[in-house]
Write a protein that binds this ligand. Structure first.
Ligand SMILES: Nc1ncnc2c1ncn2[C@@H]1O[C@H](COP(=O)(O)OP(=O)(O)OP(=O)(O)O)[C@@H](O)[C@H]1O
Length: 915
């Protein structure tokens, strides 16, 4: 006996004993009613089986030559399959411990990925910091305004081109000349223009002014001196007035000459000191320092602070965009690879998945955040780090940006199918939206006015978080710049009263003390509120997409519409429902399941339908699978197999009908249903940076298996699926066959009640395929209900107790493989080897003995006939006829087999194609 599947047994008959086949089949036909044998048939050993046999013999030799390790992969696994029993656990974590296991599994997964794929984090965590450092350094290289040299207050400016003059009385001329020339040695003093008394001197000045012109006179005649004697009347304590004669030294200056008052006073003071002290060596040197900045300096200064603030804003846009966009990569990969769905199916709750993701990404976000502050500290950007408050404000702004930008990236990540594309486009979106505002708002402010610019600033901050962040950085910088500049001004009470923009009240000042809570142009209160709102909004969006709320609402609306339409006898896509007569077994199954309770079988699928827009991919199929049975869904590409699976696994909504897994509806109680399913999807839904063992550990934790039992469970699965020597290697090094085995292993963790296998052996070599079949047979024996889809008839024959052929979303037939072959098989295939001389005679004889036969092919020595099926003709009669022809017609060899499942399948497909 070669194998047995459900109610079918497969026996290998030796070709050498072909002569006893008639008698053997006769006996079998005789005892058929007695032993309740429904049907039996004959097929020929396939080339694949021959290949496997040869391979097995070769490996036997290899095993002997190379030792045990390689043999593990190729050898017999029977003993190992027994260990699958250990993959089942009786107790599981519940409550908080269950969720803690999930949390642990999710964090370990992220940690492993981080360590193995650390290069991916360079553009996310390192380059942004280096970029920020480079721009901060560059901003420090912009030359600042230079302090002006002290300005000597002397006569030089007035002796340019034309020599200067000094007006004074004749008797004072010499001392003044001496003082002026001592102090200004190279001065080309033209003359001391003297006069004998003050009145005459004043007249001369007036005349000279008139003749030379006010401006010209003013630039070369800055100062003048004379004595004035006056009688001053004063009152003593007794109130008797006394008159005193006082001489004043008049120090005159020309107000066209800017420095003249100081120059005049200093010359006069020197004169008086020399007179009083009777010394000639006293000089007073006066300078003006510090000078107020020149207009060009003021402009330069404004540029510097403006361009630095812009540079930091720009740097933060690019750096932060790179940081947050990186969070999309892992999510896109995990979702697209279906690994996320597998984790959800195994028990991970969406809220926990997103919470752990956010915590992990949040911690990753903190790294560059604090490194940015370190960069500001290293390059001594005082505006950000000189006060504790400003560091605090900077941190609050960045954290709030994280709160907004991380869920924003999560929502956006659903749009993309590949991680590099997603990362690049999200980075670009963030940079472009950040830059648009940063460039546009200052332009609007210059071309229109500040109020319009502010309105745009608020609007753009509301829509684009990255612009808002850059704006916060710029404002924070300018605010601190203003505060610093004003600090020295306001120290002096004289200036304080003159500079309300620095020292006035909160409305007058150019800066604010509480930038985070100020609601006007100077503050960031709006930005803070927007960050909070945006954060909530993007979290809501993420959850809505995750839960497919929008799809559900649309689905509800559509299914209502479809039901109304379908009542008219038309399908939704406008086609008439085909009136092809349904197979009796399919109808019987529908009737049987119509009144079945959800828990009457392990899997019950009741008239389930799937619509993709107007495309009705699954048109109402019904079947059930009992414990320890295997149900196969056979169908060509696009028949609706995967759609059916996706509805059972919760990956896609059920449009109509329902399905029950161990009594739990996949429509209303998917979580409980999903936890009872082990799913092996069509594509390997695994994270290739993890090892096979790590992957199995992760799923064991997700299934809630007790920590101390996990090693036993995982090791037994590793042994059973035969990846022992690869278990600790990264999955990306695995061959296709080993990846499929691992996917199967993942589905087996905890030995769920139902195993859904979507083309479990696609792309696998014949040997690995047999290994997978063996595992599945063992799993079935252990009581798990299996549902599998396949393109391989052989696979279904080998594994399935029942199968259905699905065409365009409908079942064409249903039952065991032998039942379907017997019911739909049109005839037999007969291959005969003869020598060339007898070929014509044999042909004639076959046509005579088996009327209606067709010669399908003829090669040199081989004839290929299709014999028409005749219900009166039994297997024993057929073999009898053929055996009797062997000798007379010199037939060296022949083989007879019934119609294969493949032929039945092709017939259904052909029929469907002709509809
Ligand atoms: N997400 C989708 N949106 C729209 N149409 C879809 C979607 N998924 C599948 N379809 C369509 O539904 C039909 C059934 O597809 P499905 O993938 O279920 O078939 P299948 O039998 O599993 O094919 P295969 O063997 O190639 O996996 C096809 O016409 C397919 O184009």
């Amino acid at each position: 006996m070669h194998s047995s599947v459900g109610t079918e047994g497969l026996f290998l008959l030796p070709n050498a004993d072909r002569h006893v086949f008639p008698a053997m089949f006769k006996e079998l036909e005789d005892i058929q009613p007695q032993y309740n044998i429904e049907s039996f048939g004959v097929s020929i050993t396939t080339m694949e089986e021959v290949f496997l046999k040869v391979n097995e013999l070769a490996n036997e030799r290899k095993r002997l030559e190379e030792g045990a390790e390689e043999a593990m992969d190729y050898g017999d696994h029977n003993r190992e399959y027994e260990k699958l029993e250990n993959a089942r656990t009786s107790t599981r974590y519940t409550g908080a411990a269950y969720y803690w296991q999930h949390t642990k599994a999710l964090f370990i997964k992220r940690g492993i990925f981080f360590l193995r794929k650390w290069t991916q984090f360079i553009p996310q965590l390192i380059i942004p910091v280096l970029y920020m450092a480079l721009l901060v350094w560059a901003s420090g290289q912009i030359p600042g305004p230079k302090e002006q040299d002290p300005l000597n207050l002397d006569m030089f400016p007035y002796a340019k081109g034309e020599k200067a003059n000094v007006y004074t009385l004749s008797d004072m001329a010499d001392p003044f000349k001496k003082i002026i020339l001592e102090e200004n040695k190279d001065l080309g003093l033209n003359a001391i223009i003297t006069s004998s008394n003050s009145t005459l001197m004043m007249e001369k000045i007036v005349d000279d002014t008139k003749s030379k012109g006010t401006r010209h006179f003013g630039l070369h005649n800055p100062v003048g001196f004379n004595y004035v004697t006056q009688n001053i009347t004063a009152f003593e304590e007794t109130a008797n007035p006394i008159t005193v004669n006082i001489t004043f030294l008049n120090s005159a200056f020309n107000n066209f000459a800017l420095h003249s008052p100081a120059v005049s006073v200093v010359i006069a003071d020197t004169f008086l000191l020399r007179q009083l002290l009777e010394r000639e060596d006293i000089n007073i040197h006066v300078v003006n320092h510090p000078l107020p900045p020149t207009n060009s300096d003021s402009l330069k200064n404004k540029d510097i602070s403006g361009s630095s603030a812009f540079l930091y804003g720009y740097a933060v846009i690019v750096s932060m965009s790179m940081v947050v966009s990186g969070f999309s990569s892992f999510l896109i990969r995990e979702r697209k690879k279906k690994s996320k769905h597998m984790q959800m199916m195994a028990g991970i709750r969406p809220w926990l998945y997103w919470l752990t993701t956010a915590v992990w990404d949040g911690v990753c976000f903190l790294i560059p955040t604090f490194l940015f502050i370190l960069v500001f500290k290293l390059f001594n950007i005082k505006q950000y780090i000189s006060r504790g408050e400003s560091i605090g404000e900077l941190i609050i702004i960045m954290l709030l940006y994280g709160w907004t930008a991380i869920p924003f990236v999560y929502s956006f990540s659903f749009v993309f199918d590949t991680a590099p594309k997603g990362y690049t486009l999200i980075v670009m979106f963030n940079i472009v939206t950040g830059m648009i505002g940063s460039i546009a708002v200052p332009i609007i402010s210059q071309t229109a006015n500040d109020d319009i610019a502010y309105t745009w600033e608020v609007l753009l901050s509301f829509v684009f978080p990255t612009y808002s962040l850059a704006n916060c950085f710029t404002k924070l910088y300018n605010n601190e710049f203003g505060r610093e500049a004003c600090e020295s001004v306001c120290k002096t009470s004289l200036f304080a009263s003159l500079a309300p923009t620095c020292c006035g009240n909160a409305d007058e000042r150019i800066y604010t003390d509480n930038i985070l809570s100020t609601f006007n142009k100077k503050g960031l209160a709006y930005a803070i509120i927007f960050f909070v709102i945006q954060g909530f909004f993007f979290w809501f969006t993420t959850i809505a997409i995750e839960k497919n709320w929008w799809g559900k609402v649309r689905g509800m609306c559509k299914s209502r519409g479809k039901k109304g339409f379908a009542n008219n006898g038309f399908s939704w896509d406008g086609e008439m429902e085909t009136n092809s007569i349904e197979d009796s077994d399919v109808i019987a199954e529908k009737h049987k399941m119509a009144n079945a309770n959800g828990s009457d079988a392990t899997v019950i699928v009741k008239d389930i339908k799937k619509w993709y827009g107007n495309n009705n991919a699954v048109k109402g199929i019904t079947f059930h699978v009992d414990k320890g049975d295997c149900f196969g869904l056979l169908g060509v590409n696009g028949a609706g197999k995967t759609s059916t699976f996706q509805m059972l696994t919760g990956e896609n909504d059920v449009s109509e009908g329902d399905a029950f897994i161990s009594g739990y509806s996949v429509r209303t109680n998917w979580r409980d249903a999903g936890e009872r399913i082990g799913y092996c999807p069509q594509y390997d839904a695994i994270i290739k940076e993890m090892s096979g063992e790590e992957t199995l550990y992760m799923f064991a934790r997700i299934r809630g298996i007790h920590e101390n039992q996990i090693p036993t469970v995982v090791n037994s699965i590793i042994d059973a699926i035969g990846i022992g020597i690869y278990a600790k290697r990264q999955i990306k090094t695995y061959s296709g066959g080993n990846k499929r085995r691992l996917s199967l292993g993942v589905a087996l963790v905890g030995m769920p009640e139902v195993l859904l296998l979507d083309e479990p052996t696609s792309g696998v070599d014949p040997k690995a395929r047999r290994v997978i079949w063996d595992i599945l047979s063992k799993v079935r024996e252990l009581g798990t209900a299996l549902v599998l889809t396949s393109h391989s008839m052989e696979e279904c024959e080998a594994l399935c107790t029942n199968l259905a052929i699905m065409v365009y979303g409908k079942f064409k037939c249903l039952g065991s493989a032998q039942h379907i072959k017997s019911k739909y098989g049109e005839g037999y295939t007969l291959l005969i080897r003869v020598d060339e001389n007898n070929a014509e005679k044999v042909k004639r004889e076959i046509f005579a003995r088996f009327p209606g036969s067709i010669l399908k092919e003829q090669h040199v020595q081989q004839l290929n006939f299709e014999l028409k099926r005749n219900h009166r003709q039994t297997w024993s009669m057929l073999f009898d006829e053929l055996e009797s022809m062997c000798e007379p017609f010199n037939m060296s060899d022949y083989s007879l087999s019934q119609t294969t499942l493949e032929q039945v399948f092709l017939e259904f497909s052909r029929e469907a194609a002709n509809i």
